[in-house]
Each structure stands twice: as C-alpha cells, then as structure tokens.
Design a protein around this ligand. Structure first.
Ligand code: ZN
Length: 514
C-alpha cells in the first residue's frame, strides 16, 4: 500500500506541504470527535445523572470547535489545491480516499451553522438523560418535549440543504452515504416478501422449539464472568479494551487500542447479556481494526453504519448463534449454570437460542422477526420527519404497528416506544441494522468459501482466521469506500437481501422442519 512518505519522492513540494497541512488539521478535528465520544461513553456508563447539564455544555463546545475547524475556508482551499493531484491517484488509495471523504463531509458540514451543530449536540445529551428517566418511569411524556425538540432541530438541519427526493434522505445519508430512502425501501420490500411467509410457516410449527430453560434465575456476577471468558476467547484484549454495564448496550473507541464495549444483564433471562456483548464485540473489533494510517482522518471514522452493523450482527448471530460456537462453549455455560442447564442437551439449547417468536424488545429479537422491528421504526421515522405523524401520537402508532406486524400487545412505553435511545441522537440510524443483517450474510457466504475449515476452527475456539479475514477484507478499508463500493470489492455484488433470506431459510427450515 502506498503511503504519503513513499509517494513523497514524486510529489511536488507544494502539494506535499498542502497535504501535510490538511492532515494536521484533520487530525485535530478527529481528536475533538474522539474526546466527545469519550464524554458520551462516560455519560452512559459512570456519570451521575445530575452531571447531564454540564455535560451538554461540554459536548456542545467541543462540537462547535470541531465544526469551526472543519468548515474553515482554509480546509476548502487545501482541498481545491490537492484535488487535481489526487485525481491521478488510485481511487482506493489512502490519499485519494481521504480527500474524497473529506470533500463529501466538508460540503455537507459547511452548510450547517456552528450554532445549530452545537445545539444538536447539547440537545442529544439532555435528551439522553431524559430518556433514561422516562424509560425507568415508563412515561413517554417525560421524553416527549425532547423528541419534539430533536425533530425541530432536524427540520432546521434539513433546511440547510437543497431539497432531496425524500426529506428523510439527508438524515439517512449521515449514517449510510450513497443510500436513499427509495433504495432502502426497495431492499426492505424484497426482504419482507421473503421474510413474512417464512415467519408465517414457522408459526405453524412452534412446538418444534422449547426455550423455557432460558428464563429463570441466573446470577448476574456469574453471567458477567462467563461473558468475560467468552469475550477473551473471541478476541477481547484486556490491555486495549473495556467492558462495562449500561442501560442500553453500545460500543465506542478512543483509538484502535482503546475500545469500549458494554452490555446489560437480566437476572431472569440468560441470552441478553451474552449476545449483547458479542454484538458490541463485533463493533469493537471493527474499530480496533482500522489501520493506523487512517486513524485521525475522516476515512478512519467508519461512516457506513450498515457495514458497522454487519460486523456486530455477524459475531452476534452468524458466529454466536451457530452450532460450532456452542460445541466449544456449551460445556462452559453448563458448568456456570449447572442447576439450570445441566440436564439440557446442547442441541436443545441451540434450537432455543434460535427460536423465532415475535417479541417486544428489538435487541433481544430473533434473527427473522428482528427486521420487522426495524421496518416499524423506519416507517415511523419517515412519518415523524415528514410531519404525517405528531410526536404525541407516536406511542399509539408504535403499539398499533407492533400489533399489526408482530401480533403482540405492548404493555407499557418502557417496553414499547421508549426501549431504544437512538432518537435522542437523531433519525436515520435504524435502517442500518437491517442493512447490516443483509451485509453480514453476503460477507458470510464469502467467508465460508474463503475459509473452508472455519467451523472446525470455531469449534476449537480458534477465532484468529475469522478475525484475520475481517481485518484484511473489511476493517482495513476504514471508510474509504461507500458501503456499496465495499461490497462490490469484497463479495463482487451490490447490497442484496437474497443471501440473508437463503441463510435464514436454511437454518430455520432445518430447526423447524419446514
Ligand atoms: Zn450495533
């Protein structure tokens, strides 16, 4: 791979000087973003509730400073000077990619006033604290003014840009550059066409899977020790990672060697903590795999959330809910919970953790119905943003759609509209989960053909070949390519729901005898 240093010999001195000046500026901006992320991590893990007021000011200040540095006219001038030089460089090379990603983000950010950027940041911090309170009290009215404010800020944000085909496009592209509302709707429709009959067929055979033994009493400290030992086996490095407990799991990083992941423990339900931790491990591994030479640049920022979610869903589901994984770990699990699982055969456990059953909570949903939770949120987000749905109508709209898509009654807001914190931070994130599911299956097909002995390695507890494949093929790219470009490069096709449908049909068809 070409580096700036290696290229220097053929680069005119003025270009080299301009590139170094731009890189220096971008590195400072990236540092501020990481400081802000760390303050966000602190808020969600250890900050006392009353710290939220000051924290909102602190993050707003950092956002404003970063915004001012990034949108400075000098950044535009440096890009203007460097782009003719970069045009002759390989498209996926570091320099050309850093300049291309920087230009894309510069053109977007410079239209947004610094005051608005700072206000959005402060509002997100305050909204998160209100969400924690509202969720604990199961009272949507405590969160409602914050959601209304978030929506109003998004309308001011959208007004900074030329109108798009769909008003939601601008929000979506902040999480998934290159994808439009129409693109997502088309792949979701194709997915639904395969998924709805599959879920219906499974609902005729619910007797095939028992899962009562996953509910009961599971000592939280023992759960935590088990999670730690499994994370150590898959690739958690104690000298470079942290695991903490939170209300809603997430992952973040300060650098490739300072990765923060989280999970939450349910005393009465075993799978939540482990699969939550594996999910966040997938995110963490992605951030740990960003090449050093892209760190502190916009190409090291992982802008495609679809690719990010493909990494977490891959570890959570394709690895973590697979038979080879439990051939390695089921004995350990039984040893930790002998009263609850000692007499449960491994195959019964495998079926139980793959049971398809409409449920209330997205992050704990099975692999098939999970996507209906996302479709519901994708639709509600669009309706909120276009004004077709008012914020005070949201809980009712949520509950009605849960009834119609999943056939279940929502008993309270905590288990309904208040279960996720994402709307504190904006709109447009949710669809990337289902995009991530689709991408994870496209990658998995390729991984299995490149690593024909993967099952045996996983069964031995050897995850190095899988980590190495992901690093070389996915993590190494950073955000140099868009999600579609990355997929074309890695698997030779664009985004498609078909591999994911084939994977679900094969796995669930076997379990349910379809
Ligand atoms: Zn995730």
């Amino acid at each position: 791979m070409r580096t700036v240093a290696a290229a220097a010999a053929i680069v005119p001195a003025a270009v080299e000087e301009a590139y170094e000046e731009l890189a220096r500026r971008l590195a400072e901006i990236a540092d501020l973003e990481k400081v802000s992320a760390l303050l966000g991590w602190d808020q969600q893990t250890v900050m006392p509730a009353l710290g939220a007021g000051a924290r909102a000011h602190q993050r707003a200040t950092i956002t404003r400073l970063g915004h001012q540095l990034f949108t400075a006219v000098e950044v535009g001038q440096l890009l203007d000077r460097l782009e003719p030089w970069a045009a002759a460089l390989p498209y996926d090379g570091d320099e050309a990619s850093i300049l291309r990603v920087t230009r894309r983000e510069y053109e977007k950010e410079r239209r947004v006033p610094a005051d608005l950027a700072a206000e959005m940041s402060a509002a997100a911090t305050s909204a998160h604290e209100a969400w924690v309170q509202a969720r604990a009290a199961s009272d949507f009215t405590l969160f409602r003014p914050h959601l209304e404010h978030a929506l109003e800020l998004r309308h001011r944000y959208i007004a900074c840009f030329e109108p798009r085909e769909h008003v939601y496009d601008l929000l979506l592209e902040d999480y998934e550059p290159g994808m439009t509302t129409a693109d997502v709707t088309a792949v979701f429709d194709e997915l639904k066409a395969g998924l709805v009959p599959l879920i219906a067929a499974i609902s005729e055979h619910t007797d095939a899977v028992r899962a009562g033994f996953l509910h009961g009493s599971f000592d939280v400290e023992r759960q935590r020790q088990l999670v730690v030992s499994i994370l150590d086996a898959v690739g958690f490095r104690p000298d470079a990672w942290r695991l903490d407990t939170v209300v809603h799991p997430f992952a973040t990083s300060s650098s490739a060697t300072d990765v923060r992941i989280t999970t939450r423990y349910h005393e009465d339900y075993l799978p939540a903590a482990l699969f939550g931790a594996l999910h966040e491990f997938g995110h963490g591994l992605y951030e740990a795999g960003i090449p050093e030479r892209l760190e502190r640049t916009p190409a090291g920022r992982l802008v495609s959330l679809g690719l990010h979610e493909s990494q977490s869903r891959l570890w959570e589901n394709l690895v973590g809910r697979g038979r080879p994984f439990w051939r390695r770990f089921y004995g350990d699990l039984q040893a930790v919970f002998p009263e609850q699982l000692g007499s449960v055969e491994r195959e019964l456990f495998y079926r139980a953790i793959n049971r398809v059953q409409p449920s209330l909570i997205r992050v704990e949903a099975d692999e098939a119905t999970y996507n209906l939770h996302i479709v519901l949120r994708f639709e509600l987000e669009q309706e909120l943003v276009t004004g077709r749905l008012a914020v005070d109508e949201l809980p009712e709209a949520w509950n009605a759609r849960m009834r119609s898509y999943l056939g279940i009654e929502v008993p309270d807001d905590a288990q309904g509209v208040l279960q996720d914190p994402h709307w504190c931070f904006g709109f447009g994130y949710f669809p990337t989960y289902t995009l991530g599911n689709m991408i994870s299956a496209q990658l998995w097909t390729r991984i299995r053909s490149d690593l024909p002995t993967l099952d045996e390695a996983v069964e031995r507890g050897d995850f190095a070949p899988l980590r190495a494949w992901l690093r070389a093929n996915v993590h190494e790219l950073g955000s140099k390519l868009t999600m579609q470009e990355a997929l074309e490069r890695i698997v030779g096709e664009r985004l498609s729901p078909q591999p994911y449908l084939r994977y679900l049909e094969a796995k669930l068809g076997e379990i349910y005898g379809l």
